[in-house]
Design a binder for this molecule. Structure first.
Ligand code: SF4
Length: 234
């Protein structure tokens, strides 16, 4: 697997762990609000291909960080589009690091493969909208039934997880939020983050808006379990 980038250190992206981030190129979705279109759109990826990082380079870096870092976040793009994701994660774990996988949930088969082999210690899945509204927000390549399947798979896996949503005022109406609440009913770790109207895959979304912190707190209260409402990341 080639990597589009490495972030050598983060305290924010793997809950409770000092980690680095491996970014994989390419994605099967086309979220209109995506902030990384250069790592998603094939024509933009081509322009960056010369700067991609080899696995060999990454694992040399990682070997030098043993004892300094605790975990590796594998994110995209969308890591599950890569067939060799299981081997990549296995190699990270063989070096003694915990693994966190960020995913859009559109490929439950790939997700099951890494869960069943014990290759992932934490999963963060984006739940972007209600199932009915998915295609309009992320493009026709999504299979809403796959999103539902991935949510169920993750919840039953025994792996630490979180579901997270970027809230967009013009998209996340009362009806959409209510359908999402039902979709995520019983899930314990839900986070909302605010939409930033900058550098979006669909230029029209640069004119859209996030919610205020107070509004997000009200939304978060409706999600999660009793005594453990959804969290907010700003
Ligand atoms: S799933 Fe993530 S990387 Fe892919 S288009 Fe959507 S926001 Fe961008």
């Amino acid at each position: 697997m080639k990597l589009s980038a490495i972030q050598k250190f983060t305290l924010l992206d793997y809950p409770g762990k000092v980690a680095c981030i491996a970014f994989t190129p390419g994605c099967d979705l086309r979220c209109r609000f995506c902030h990384n279109p250069e790592f998603v759109l094939p024509e933009r990826l081509c322009a960056l291909a010369a700067s991609f990082i080899s696995e060999e380079h990454f694992f040399c870096f990682l070997a030098e960080r043993r004892g300094l870092l605790e975990g590796v976040v594998v994110t995209g793009g969308e890591p599950t589009v890569w067939k060799d994701l299981p081997e990549f994660l296995a190699q990270i774990k063989a070096l003694g690091f915990a693994t966190k996988l960020d995913t859009n949930g559109n490929n439950p088969v790939a997700l099951a493969r890494v869960i069943d082999r014990g290759l992932v210690d934490y999963i963060a899945m984006d739940v972007k909208t209600s199932l009915a509204d998915y295609p309009a927000l992320v493009g026709s390549n999504v299979r809403p039934e796959h999103i539902r399947e991935s949510i169920a798979l993750i919840r039953a896996s025994g792996v630490e997880y979180e579901f997270r949503t970027t809230l967009i005022r013009e998209h996340h109406t009362e009806a959409v939020l209510e359908a999402m609440r039902e979709l995520l009913s019983g899930a314990t770790q839900i986070y909302f983050q605010t939409f930033r109207p900058e550098h979006t895959l669909d230029p029209a979304y640069a004119g859209f808006h996030g919610f205020s912190l107070t509004e997000m707190e009200v939304i978060a209260e409706r999600f999660g379990s009793p005594g453990q409402p959804a969290g907010i990341r700003v």
